[in-house]
Design a protein around this ligand. Structure first.
Ligand code: MF3
Ligand code: CO
Ligand code: CO
Length: 253
């Protein structure tokens, strides 16, 4: 694995500022998840709120991505493109993924929202996916933790529920760049032997499926869905390893 940058305390505070704005935008975007709204309307809110607070939506124009954020419904695993024809309806589960640039630094976070009443099955998936993020963070904060401990912890928990962990998309280092070294795998692996060192800043963002792990990309070149059509859920935080644990950088203030 290539060298992983150690961020200075000053850089970490700048990432925390960007992360807080991303998190605050995400909470407000989530409040819009009601039956009848289009995902494009939510995306417009994200763009406007971000700009109004001095930020830039990192997704817009990133490798040609056309919108401010990603909004992924039901069987969409990630990178759902907001559109006027995608209208939320009762029972939908929605991931909104927001990455904000502030003063040159990125903060990246996502969460699940439900539209009206959802099935018990969907609620359990959402809850377990959140626990998967939390257990990954906890593993990363243990003394002497290695990057491979994150995926081990996440897959271990997902399997207890008979869920699968998506392998086609990963977490990533983050800072001045949107996607930096290292790569974060959310599944059990023997590759990521590097130690997680104080000052390493990265995301954990497991995508958990009720059915199989395989995904496919739609013809728009972005939208990833489960191959078997099963529901998928994802949560994401940007975090920093400290001397004795983990500090979450994408918390609203
Ligand atoms: N925010 C996503 C991530 O967690 C990346 C989205 S890239 C985009 O890494 F271009 F689709 F927006
Ligand atoms: Co990310
Ligand atoms: Co993200």
């Amino acid at each position: 694995m290539a060298r992983i940058k150690i961020k200075s305390p000053k850089e970490i505070e700048l990432i925390r500022d960007a992360g807080a704005l991303a998190a605050e935008t995400l909470i407000r975007a989530g409040e819009l998840c009601k039956p009848g709204i289009s995902t494009l309307e939510i995306d417009h809110f994200v763009g406007e709120y971000t700009e109004k607070h001095g930020g830039i939506s990192a997704c817009l124009g990133y490798r040609g991505y056309p919108k401010n954020c990603c909004i992924s419904l039901n069987e969409v695993v990630c990178h759902g493109i907001p559109g006027s024809g995608t209208i939320l309806k009762e029972g939908d589960i929605v991931n909104i993924d927001i990455t904000t640039i502030l003063a040159g630094y990125h903060g990246d976070t996502s969460a699940m929202f439900s539209v009206g009443r959802i099935s018990k099955e969907a609620q359990e998936l959402i809850d377990v996916a959140k626990e998967c993020l939390e257990t990954g963070i906890e593993a990363a904060g243990k003394p002497g933790a290695k990057y491979l401990d994150i995926g081990g912890a996440i897959q271990g928990l997902a399997e207890e529920y008979g869920y699968s962990v998506v392998e086609d998309y990963c977490g990533h280092g983050i800072g001045r760049g949107f996607h930096e070294e290292p790569l974060i795998l959310h599944f059990r692996n023997r590759e990521l032997k590097a130690l997680i060192e104080p000052g390493h800043v990265f995301t954990i963002e497991p995508m958990i499926n009720i059915g199989r792990a395989s995904t496919k990309t739609l013809s728009d070149g972005w939208t990833a869905i489960t191959k078997d059509g099963s529901l998928s859920a994802q949560w994401e935080h940007t975090i920093v390893r400290t001397k004795d644990g983990i500090d979450i950088l994408t918390l609203a203030r």
